[in-house]
Ligand binder design. Sequence first.
Ligand SMILES: [Zn+2]
Length: 500
Amino acid sequence: MLRRRTGSVDKAKTGTRAQGNLQVRTGLRSRKSVLGTVLLAALVPLVLSSCMNTEQADVSSVDPAEAAQRTAPEWTGSEAQGVYDIGLTLRKDGSFVVTTSIEVTNRSKDSWRDIGFYLVPNALNAEATPDYEAGSDAEVNISSLKVGGKPSNYTLTNNALTVDLPQLLKPGQTAEVSVNYGLSLPENGPRLSRVGNNYYLAHWYPMLAPYEEGWVLRDYDGVGESYETGYGAYTVRYRMPQAYLVAGSAEDGKIRAVSSGVVTGTDIKDFYLALLDPEEWEFDTRTAGSTQLRVFTPKGAELLEETADMAADTYAYFSTNIGDNPSPEVDLIANDGYMEYPNVVEVAADAEAQRPVLVHELAHQWFYYRVSSDPYDEAWLDESITEFAASLLNTERLGSEEAGFADARTASTAYPTKTYANLPMDQFDDDTYYSTIYGKIPLLLNDFFADHGGREGAIDFLSAYYAEFKMKQVNTEEFKAFFEDYFEGDQSEYLNSWLR
Ligand SMILES: [Zn+2]
């Protein structure tokens, strides 16, 4: 994610403004996105499965078991593995009915009494999250929760949904958890949001929590990404009372307004889906290598061609210089979201802000999505490296390091910075998080490469790092070890000056 920077930094905390015929969201207090757990996917060919997107498809005709089997990942190093079958129905009143069936496999060495999920919308209200800012609160009403087809006890506190199991789930065993609920989106929310007749579904379903000798479930914190989930396989069936343009983490195919459809995908982390009012959006596509880029901008904003061209140039640059990214389709939505999801990015809705935002968010398709890390304890691993990679590209495209690193420099001087980057989120406040993670660390990395091969040396390093950790979970210790191996001589003095 990237903090809004148009106007003063503090504007990032104010409400909503209208721009052209699109209401844009400015209530973004928080930063960037998710992660998963360790994957051994290097062993396995990466397949993002194809999808169907059939107008007026009979969504009930999809057999969940068959769909899950079709999309089941062959890997997994994750200790908790999820195969999701999700039904999403938009009601005429703008609320949703969500039905989920999640096959959870225990890949750990422990026997489980319960299963932990992040159900983030439950924390998106002023009571659970005092600094939460949106036009309204999210609402979640669970109507049924079953394990293996039988009602089960559960607790739902803040964003933690813990489901009791009728018997111990032993290593290697699978349990089927189904949760059905009504969901109302916050108006002009920071991520999960309804803006007029547009619906941005972020962290909207029960996301299997990481398991590390216990479920990792933290209270929601809008400063950054306090929630996380591993890579999973998804079948998502949606139905709406009118036709929408659909842009999601799975492959959606040809852009057209539809009122129902089914999409499937594997190796996806938090599954995102946007429903866009066809009256308000224009769109175009570009191709970068084997990836189709689908670009949505507000009608009347005169952003489409420029955004689409920049997306194609950026995606091709990172593919060529950092490494191949196997996504067949990546969607860009210019809704001022400043946020990344697997195969989808929300970018700026104005031309002036677009370059730093678009390049940063697309870089996350490499660092956050394909190289995963813990966004709570080590947010620098995706945010700072993403901003560094983005600044390198911008240096090349804008012709000077001063221009390329302008955002990082602004961030680093806006507020005091922390000495160490790898601090848990609760040891930052909103401002020091921004100045340290988005400012100081990208600049520190750039300073290092001034003596180690310059921009070319930096790109070579990022490329080798990407190759090493692609489809894996990396942590600070592993980063340090890789860094020490990569460069001649002892690098501990440099590394220990900003990593504890
Ligand atoms: Zn980011």
